[in-house]
Design a protein around this ligand. Structure first.
Ligand SMILES: Nc1ncnc2c1ncn2[C@@H]1O[C@H](COP(=O)(O)OP(=O)(O)O)[C@@H](O)[C@H]1O
Ligand SMILES: [Mg+2]
Length: 84
């Protein structure tokens, strides 16, 4: 069965994400921001919504010194949005 996807790509030209950090950015409470600044919740909640509610994928690709891209991949044919 072929499946159709909607893909939303969001890029920045920021500092990028280091390799050892990239594997942790979707972990709950993971932040590289100073104490009192970051919650480390934004990406873990986003990941949960995209994966569990939409059966999609949230993919981060990054080049140090160049920037970061988040791709939100949403399948179009899911029967309904999952309820809690
Ligand atoms: N666009 C980005 N560029 C570089 N690093 C990022 C980017 N988005 C997220 N990160 C990294 O992922 C971590 C977790 O992000 P997030 O879940 O939004 O929590 P918070 O913003 O509270 O730190 C950030 O602390 C940062 O290290
Ligand atoms: Mg954030």
């Amino acid at each position: 069965m072929t499946e159709n996807y909607a893909i939303v790509r969001i890029q920045d030209n920021g500092p990028g994400v280091e390799e050892n950090v990239l594997s942790k950015i979707f972990d709950p409470f993971f932040t590289t921001k100073p104490v009192g600044k970051g919650t480390g919740l934004g990406l873990s909640i986003s990941y949960q919504i995209v994966r569990e509610k939409h059966q999609g994928e949230l993919i981060c690709t990054s080049k140090l010194g160049e920037g970061t891209e988040f791709a939100i991949v949403l399948p179009q044919n899911i029967r309904c949005c999952k309820k809690d």
